[in-house]
Structure formats: structure tokens, C-alpha cells
Design a binder for this molecule. Structure first.
Ligand SMILES: [Fe+2]
Ligand SMILES: [Fe+2]
Length: 191
């Protein structure tokens, strides 16, 4: 998919006005990493850019309403059936992108809607977003440099490894985990 420089600049300004400066800095980091990964691995740079720019655009809005609207048009979304409100910004952001910004690329909307966990048979854009969201330059935790190098060398292998680490982390900390994370990993391992 192709987006003009004007459209991209307009969307960037709108996103900046909807989220905190800290979240916007994270978004720029994800954008930078997503573009780099798409370029290295010969994937669609525009799709990766748009998905990255928009992935957290609904962090500070009425997520419940928008997530429900997304599910109404695009089909049930499991994030709506769990007690994990922190995930709802994903389908809500996809709805905002679709309804307000007229982003109509299915792969981009899907990547935004599922970026916290992934899903079975993830697209290239979703893989790039999972990787970039995890290891963009402002992320700082033990092992992040290893994942940065891994996803640049081997996108699928690197995403598998970061999903394994996410699972291990939640198991160790007792935090709740949405089952879609495990499903994404099993699907990649089964290829
Ligand atoms: Fe997010
Ligand atoms: Fe994010």
C-alpha cells in the first residue's frame, strides 16, 4: 500500500495530539524500528510505517466504545471477552484508523488490532509490529539487545524468541497473560 507524504504527516500530527509525549516518543521508536525491519527483510515499508504510527494511538481515549465498534464491523475480537482492559487500545486504535482516518488496508488494521499479543498465522506487518514494539530504542530491559539483533537477522525466529520471553516473564511474575500470545507462538513454531 502507498501513502502520500502529506497523508503521513497529517496522521503523525493527529496521533501526537491524542497521546502523551512519552507515548509519542515510544511511537516514534516503533516507527523507526518498523521501517528498518521492513527494509532489511524486504517487506512493505508503508504498511509497517502506518501500523507502527497508529498502534498506540488510542491509549488515552474511550477504548471500550471504539473496541466494540471494531468488533461489530470486523468480527468478534477476543480482547473484548477478557478482563484485560489494557488490551482494548489495540482494537480501538484500529477502529479510529479505519473510521476517522480512512485507513482501509486490512493488513495494517489487523496488525494494529492485535499488536499486544499477535494471533495465529501473523502477517509480515504484524510480525514487524510485534518486534518493533518490543525492542524499539527507548526499551531498556535485560536481553533487549539480543532480541534487537535477532529480529534484524531473522524476523520470525526473533519474534518466536521474544514471545517465549514474554511467556516466561509473565509466568515468573504471575501477571495475567492473554491466550493469544501462546497461540501466536504455537502457530510460528508449527511452521
Ligand atoms: Fe500497545
Ligand atoms: Fe506500543
Amino acid at each position: 500500500m502507498k501513502v502520500t507524504a502529506e497523508t503521513f504527516s497529517r496522521i503523525t500530527n493527529l496521533v501526537e495530539s491524542r497521546i502523551t509525549p512519552k507515548r509519542f516518543l515510544h511511537t516514534l521508536g516503533v516507527l523507526q524500528t518498523a521501517v528498518e525491519l521492513a527494509d532489511i527483510h524486504g517487506k512493505d515499508v508503508w504498511r509497517a510505517s502506518l501500523a507502527a504510527l497508529l498502534h498506540d494511538s488510542s491509549k488515552a481515549t474511550n477504548v471500550n466504545e471504539d473496541a466494540k465498534k471494531f468488533a461489530l464491523v470486523f468480527g468478534d475480537h477476543p480482547y473484548l471477552e477478557t478482563e484485560m482492559p489494557q488490551l482494548l487500545h489495540a482494537p480501538a486504535g484500529a477502529w479510529w484508523a479505519y473510521a476517522e482516518l480512512k485507513v482501509d488496508d486490512g493488513e495494517v488494521l489487523d496488525a494494529i488490532a492485535w499488536h499486544p499479543t499477535g494471533h495465529r498465522n501473523p502477517s509480515d506487518t504484524l510480525l514487524i509490529l510485534l518486534a518493533a514494539d518490543y525492542c524499539e530504542p527507548t526499551r531498556d530491559f535485560p536481553g533487549v539487545d539480543e532480541i534487537r539483533a535477532f529480529v534484524r537477522r531473522d524476523l520470525r525466529g526473533g519474534v518466536k524468541e521474544l514471545l517465549r520471553r514474554k511467556l516466561e516473564y509473565v509466568q515468573n511474575t504471575g501477571r495475567p497473560l492473554h491466550p493469544s500470545t501462546q497461540e501466536t507462538l504455537l502457530s510460528l513454531e508449527g511452521e
